[in-house]
Design a protein around this ligand. Structure first.
Ligand SMILES: [Mg+2]
Length: 396
């Protein structure tokens, strides 16, 4: 089998890639939404993979893996990898999880990072009210993640929150020491959320990046009695193009509150120090950024050898990304906690993708399906309506 074409279009907010072959089998991959600028970057890889056998996934990846980078520049490589597995699974007539070693669970747990309700404000009561709504959502999530600190509007909404300069630019660029008032506000909001969730639903907190080590330690210690699932990306994360494992280790060793990072990190090599130094308790790579499904699987196994847990990121990965997450997470060792459930944006995505269970999430879990490849397909007639001008031939 040979790759005959690599295409990329932007459907709604997600870059979608399609790889075609000389045997009529095609495969799809998807990158995080809000990355429409990736189209030329995806097509950059086309000459390097044309003519290769897509069912030898690793052989194709060796041609392009060295030309990716930390988020967002690992996305294109990751989406291509996903599409290769889709083809390999379809060609073999088996779901992708079979090719990744086989599933070890029939349902995979997801956590809520995307089913949101508007916040009334940013007081502890507002956080509690918001948590009441999320706790009642029909997916019955067993873990809910909420942004606080520099990952939230707090630096803008809470007077004198930080000694640092509050920056307006995207991607959480504010850094600095918190004021005593700022830190107390975070703790009060977390206590208010826990008063709603009790010990029925786990609470994870997406915190930064941008915290300074003394504040990270103060927060982790102050929350110890609340049994928080994890504190995510306190120091680095999101669009930070480095890891800082030794600094994370300082925060992680200071308390029993689990410390989490990793959504921006590309490739196993960049997890090495984090894992070997036991610099965090939980890592959260995103299959659409780390370099693909097999890369995430490899890192999960290596993390498990070191007593480190897995809670993969995925909120922006769309429905093809969701399929990839289900396939790989079905194969992960017992260090797997849950992956972040992607919400389709816009909503019409649910009408153009077939093959997902209905409802998708039941009791906070997704049943693993057995259809070949990633197991989802486009309703092409429905999807064509949303193709942007100039990409009318995407499905041809
Ligand atoms: Mg995050």
């Amino acid at each position: 089998m040979k790759i005959t074409d690599l295409k990329c279009t932007i459907l709604g907010e997600n870059p979608v890639i399609r790889i075609t072959t000389d045997e009529g089998i095609d495969g799809y991959g998807q990158a995080e939404n809000s990355k429409p600028y990736l189209r030329p970057h995806v097509l950059f890889y086309k000459p390097y993979i044309l003519g290769a056998d897509p069912t030898n996934v690793e052989s194709v990846m060796l041609r392009i893996r060295n030309m990716g980078g930390f988020k967002p520049w690992g996305s294109a490589v990751s989406a291509i990898e996903m599409a290769l597995w889709d083809i390999a699974g379809k060609a073999a007539g088996v779901p992708v999880y079979k090719l990744l070693g086989g599933k070890v669970r029939d349902t995979v747990r997801v956590y809520n990072g995307g089913v949101r309700f508007p916040m009334g404000g940013h007081s502890p009561q507002d956080y509690a009210d918001n948590m009441v709504k999320m706790k009642a959502s029909p997916e019955k999530f067993s873990i809910i993640k909420q942004p606080v600190g520099f990952h939230s509007a707090m630096p803008h909404q809470v007077p004198d929150f930080t000694f640092g300069e509050v920056r307006e630019t995207r991607f959480h660029s504010t850094r600095g020491l918190l004021t005593e008032r700022g830190l107390k506000h975070v703790v009060a909001c977390v206590e208010a959320m826990k008063s709603v969730l009790g010990d029925e639903v786990g609470l994870a907190l997406d915190c930064g990046p941008g915290w300074m080590v003394p504040d990270a330690i103060r927060l982790a210690k102050a929350l110890e009695h609340l049994h928080i699932m994890w504190l995510e990306d306190l120091l680095t994360g999101d669009y930070t193009p480095y890891v800082n494992a030794d600094v994370y280790r300082e925060a992680t060793r200071s308390s029993s509150t689990p410390i989490h990072t990793g959504e921006q990190i590309y490739l196993r090599q960049n997890f090495k120090e984090l894992i070997e130094k036991h610099a965090v308790n939980i890592i959260g790579p995103d299959p659409a950024d780390i370099g693909g499904l097999a890369e995430l699987k490899w890192v999960a196994e290596y993390a498990d050898l070191h007593g480190i847990l897995m809670a993969p990121h995925g909120v922006f990965d769309g429905l093809i990304g969701l399929a990839g997450l289900v396939q790989v997470c079905a194969t992960l060792p017992a260090n797997f906690i849950a992956f972040e459930y992607p919400i389709a944006r816009p909503d019409w995505w649910y009408s153009i993708i077939e093959g997902l269970p209905n409802p998708i999430v039941e009791n906070g879990q997704i049943r693993v399906w057995d259809t070949p490849g990633l197991g989802v397909r486009f309703n092409i007639e429905a999807a064509k309506r949303y193709l942007p001008e100039g990409d009318e031939d995407f499905f041809d």
